[in-house]
Write a protein that binds this ligand. Sequence first.
Ligand SMILES: [Mg+2]
Length: 355
Amino acid sequence: MKITDIQVGVVEAPLITPFKTALRTVDSIRNISITVYADNGQIGLGEAAPTAVITGETHASIREAIMEYIKPAIIGMEIEDIAQIMERLEKCIYKNTSAKAAVDMAIYDLYAKRYNAPLFKILGGYRKALITDITISVNGVNEMVKDSLIAVERGFNILKVKVGKDPIGDIERVKAIREAVGPNVTLRVDANQGWTPKQAVRIIGTLEDADMNIELVEQPVHYSDIEGMRYVTANTMTHILADESVFSPKDALTLIEKRAADLINIKLMKTGGIYQAQKIVHIAEANGIECMIGCMLETKISVSAAAHFAASQKNITMIDLDGPLLCMNDPVTGGPAFDGQVIKMSSEPGIGFSL
Ligand SMILES: [Mg+2]
């Protein structure tokens, strides 16, 4: 089963409500879609999210990385030789992780189709369903409380609360949400690098003293401040989750060696796809560190690939795959079913899209 062609397109999906974090505000998803063709007529699908503020990638850079570097490196290769394909994918261009992720997942889609099994089974098949959280965008207190109550009403019992734009007001935001939703809803807090290490220790400590029962705090400080991450992790009781600080398996090793986080958030757009993400999960597992699977603003195409990966791994214990839930419509049918907070894996071969 040979790779004969790779084509790049655009996938668009308007969001139900604007997505706001400490880093950006977005109204509509406009990502790169890719199709990898095999000589037996089958195709694999992938998607890349140009998240310039996090990965440094744009529409133009992703398109060029795929068409000018990745495509010539892997065209003509046998899908069965997946480890060799992945070696070339990794080496043909430095970084450009979202471009690589799109190709990686399309290759895995074809690889699982080759063996006529759902991708999550080929990767390890640990579980058949996932429970995702849903994001509450950073806004004024009242709006965030309202959005949280709507989410709980829709059946979500894990909320990812975005903060970090206004450190002084963040304690009030989290307290108001906890008061509104009651004690039985799990709260995850994501500061998206918005605090200084000292602010983070103060804010998290205050939430602990007030018994806010926060499951974890994600990326409290700047991604490059590993010493700051270590300081926050050492000086709080709440679990600290690294997101923007970990792209590669090497980043995960460094972070773990320095004890700079308790948990790691894996996103395919940061790792360059499933092949590298597997290494991070296993490094973490060997060190007793559990992982979350997350996504950027992505549609059902790439979030489905992430769901297959998450379902395959014992050590991915937290799921943040709400991309399709934020979209007005899906660009593909079939694949895992996104039904409220439950993501159910399906039995079709590959990622499972109907074509
Ligand atoms: Mg995050």
